[in-house]
Design a protein around this ligand. Structure first.
Ligand code: PMP
Length: 446
């Protein structure tokens, strides 16, 4: 099979004059926490980006099929986002929210305009973990209840509350952080009890949440949190009707429903601005990060006024939250998503890519499942389609082969056997074809 070539790019990367990758790695190993990890046998150093492409220090170009872990929404170094940040940095970088600044107010209005129902009050923080921490605090403060329901196989962050909600042993430390958090069945149509052929699967998985509330809690809960599609858990798309049924159970137990849109927000799933809209629900609290700032340390919690007001009963403050620079970037991101019709692009290119990947599934036995929505796609590799045994080593090898071909993609799932494809939303059909062709070759070579 011929080796696919990257679609052309007119961007000329600057000559790189910094330290070598091996020197950078040496310094990192000596001075940076060993908890941060790299992909690839020989770690890749990236020094420039433009749109959907990134360059290493030797000038080699790659299609960024992972988007900085689902974070580059409108494209690397997007000119409007860069310009917004540059202008604001030159004028005023930071004052804190104790003073008025137009960016915070204008950005909150723009974000609220894109939310359904009464979700109109925004609170800005710096990361997805912080957003989830705050959402849980709000749910507990508002309801007066303590117990939270989360999902097995979820990922909600690396801080104490994020880890308590997370449902994968690979991320959880053995410390008592999960007190009051109960994990319901993962509504996974590929691995779970009820599959895509069962029209009642959504209700059946939702019944487990009801059962959990009745048997593991006082019957009254603070809330329920779920990613709209599980990301780090391996791109798990819930059966239709699942969230609708769950939300009814949670609300009748006095709880609030929280949607973690850290990965699925900002048009990534194509059909809608928010992933939860694919399930026809309106949450009580929405948390967002990653794609919101196209790489800026920006995250948000959006909720109804009466829920937001509970936080005003104490002093609550976040030093960098709503900083003028990140708000300027956030506004530029929203404008770019709308102006460049990136949601529609995610829908169209994502659909095309999904079909191309399903074709690969028909030819490569190792592909057990292809799933996703818009430009959030997972390809699960299994050693055997009956037992669905995770093909973890092969997955790592496929990633290496893709890199050799100029394609960067991610992996996810508790066993690291789900290829994760989440490029910037500006990818083209030619990029999608390159991605599928490169993956085809990588599967043959691995
Ligand atoms: N929620 C989800 C769904 C995520 O994927 C992540 C990050 N991978 C987080 C929360 C935590 O975000 P952050 O790393 O910005 O704290």
């Amino acid at each position: 099979m011929s080796v696919p070539t990257l679609p052309p790019s007119s961007h000329q990367p600057r000559p790189y004059t910094g330290p070598s990758a091996s020197e950078v790695l040496r310094l990192r190993e000596e001075y940076v926490s060993p908890s941060i990890f790299t992909y690839y046998r020989e770690p890749l150093m990236l020094v420039e980006g433009c749109g959907q492409y990134v360059w290493d220090e030797k000038g080699q170009r790659y299609l960024d099929g992972f988007g900085g872990i689902v974070t580059i929404s409108v494209g690397h170094s997007h000119p409007a986002v860069t310009e917004a940040a540059r202008c604001q940095l030159e004028q005023l970088q930071h004052t804190s929210t104790i003073y008025l600044h137009p960016n915070l107010s204008r950005y909150a209005e723009m974000l609220a305009e894109r939310m359904p129902g009464d979700l109109k009050v925004c609170y800005f923080v710096n990361s997805g973990s912080e957003a989830n921490d705050l959402a849980v605090l709000m749910a507990r403060a508002y309801t007066g209840n303590f117990d939270m329901i989360a999902l097995r196989n979820a990922y909600h962050g690396g801080n104490a509350v994020g880890l308590s909600l997370t449902g994968q042993r690979t991320w959880k430390f053995n410390v008592p952080h999960s007190f009051g958090v109960h994990h319901a069945m993962m509504p996974d149509p590929y691995h779970g009890l009820w599959g895509r052929d069962d029209p009642l699967a959504g209700c059946k998985y939702a019944a487990d949440v009801k059962e959990l509330i009745e048997r593991a809690t006082s019957g009254q809960v603070a809330g329920y949190i779920a990613e709209s599609i599980q990301g780090a858990g391996g791109v798990v798309v819930y059966p239709d009707g699942y969230l609708e049924a769950v939300y009814a159970h949670v609300r009748s137990a006095g709880g609030l429903c929280i949607a973690d849109e850290v990965q699925t927000g900002f048009g990534r799933t194509g059909t809608h601005y928010w992933g939860f809209e694919n399930q026809g629900v309106v949450p009580d609290i929405v948390t967002m990060a990653k794609g919101i700032g196209n790489g800026a340390p920006l995250a948000a919690v959006v909720t109804r006024r009466e829920i937001a007001e509970t936080l005003a009963s104490r002093i609550h403050f976040n030093t960098f939250g709503g900083n003028p620079v990140v708000c300027a970037q956030g506004m530029a991101v929203l404008e770019a998503i709308d102006r460049e019709r990136l949601r529609e692009n995610a829908q169209r290119i994502g659909g095309h890519l999904l079909r191309r990947l399903e074709d690969l599934q028909a030819r490569h036995d190792i592909i057990g499942d292809v799933r996703g929505a818009g430009l959030m796609i997972g390809v699960e590799l299994v050693t055997d389609r009956q037992s669905k045994e995770p093909a973890t080593a092969r997955c790592a090898s496929v990633l290496e082969q893709c890199r050799q071909l100029g394609l960067l993609i991610g992996k996810s799932g508790m066993y690291g056997n789900v290829l994760r494809i989440t490029p910037p939303l500006c990818v083209t059909e030619a990029d999608a074809d390159f991605l599928a062709d490169a993956l085809d070759v990588a599967l043959l070579r691995s």
